[in-house]
Design a protein around this ligand. Structure first.
Ligand SMILES: [Zn+2]
Length: 278
């Protein structure tokens, strides 16, 4: 079915929500810090948010901007720039639960001076992978779960490690025994792999137009930078490398360099409200 351009964005959005039940290759609209705003735009427009290019997708004959909202964003009125014009949208409030964890290896909470150089170089590598905007890759908007297992730590938890406040949980944790296979949740290109100080053995995959996923704490990495993967391809195995309290997969999803709730991209996934554990 093809919709002719309605004039009112609100009407378009209502139509989209009504239609998404039958044909839903778009992620879930959840305009909160750590969520995604899905906003109708005119065809072929160039869209930016906070000076970064934004993914736009053709869906049911219309064009939509998929905007990742950083966890650090303030609720209130935000602006997209669509071919030079400003479009306002509202970011709503989301109260994330606080999680207290005890990490036995205190060096992983308060690194030693000699760790800082490695941490900085890890960060540069991951920052470069998250900053990509590849328009040649076919953009993906729906994910398979990358591993089978119960969700342990949900996205967005405010974290206190050994009594000290740290960055909020920027991914979703899947609890599974070491060795459990991890698959690519959608097609893309492996852009980085490494053994990082906090994240352990890690894989980053670019899914096109600023949509990047990251897999951490692996026991084994089965891909190399430059590899093209399709949904379901084996990329590694669950482990407990880096800063962990037990074996699990930490899965991050980044859109326009904002870490967003991975479950928004998984169909039939309940709201990610798992009981805090790892
Ligand atoms: Zn995690």
């Amino acid at each position: 079915m093809r919709i002719r351009s309605p004039v009112y964005p609100g009407l378009l959005l209502a139509l989209f929500i009504a239609m998404s039940a039958v044909a839903a290759p778009l992620p879930r609209h959840d305009p909160v810090p750590g969520g995604i705003a899905i906003i109708p735009v005119t065809a072929e427009s160039r869209v930016t948010y906070r000076d970064r290019p934004i993914m736009t997708i053709e869906h049911e004959g219309e064009r939509w901007a998929l905007v990742g909202i950083p966890l650090s964003a303030e609720p209130g009125t935000h602006e997209l720039v669509v071919s030079g014009e400003r479009i306002r949208f509202e970011v709503l409030t989301r109260d994330y639960v606080t999680q207290r964890l005890t990490i036995a290896n205190r060096r992983q909470v308060n690194p030693l001076p000699e760790d800082l150089e490695r941490i900085a170089s890890d960060r540069r590598e991951m920052d470069a992978a998250f900053a990509r905007f590849d328009e040649a890759l076919p953009p993906q908007t729906q994910f398979l779960m990358p591993a089978q297992g119960p969700l342990s730590s949900s996205f967005g938890l405010r974290r206190i490690l050994n009594g000290e406040p740290r960055n909020p949980h920027s991914g979703l944790d899947i609890a599974a025994p070491a060795g459990t296979p991890i698959i690519a949740p959608a097609g893309g290109k492996v852009t980085a792999t490494g053994d990082y100080f906090f994240n352990g053995n890690t894989v980053l995959i670019d899914h096109g137009q600023g949509l990047i996923t990251m897999y951490c704490h692996l026991s084994r990495i089965d891909v190399s930078p430059g590899d093209l993967v399709t949904a379901g391809d084996l990329i590694g195995a669950v482990g407990q490398t880096g800063r962990v309290t037990g074996p699990h997969l930490h899965w991050s999803v980044s859109l326009n360099n904002a870490r967003v709730n991975p479950s928004l991209f998984v169909q039939d996934q309940d709201q990610d409200q798992g009981t805090p554990a790892n």
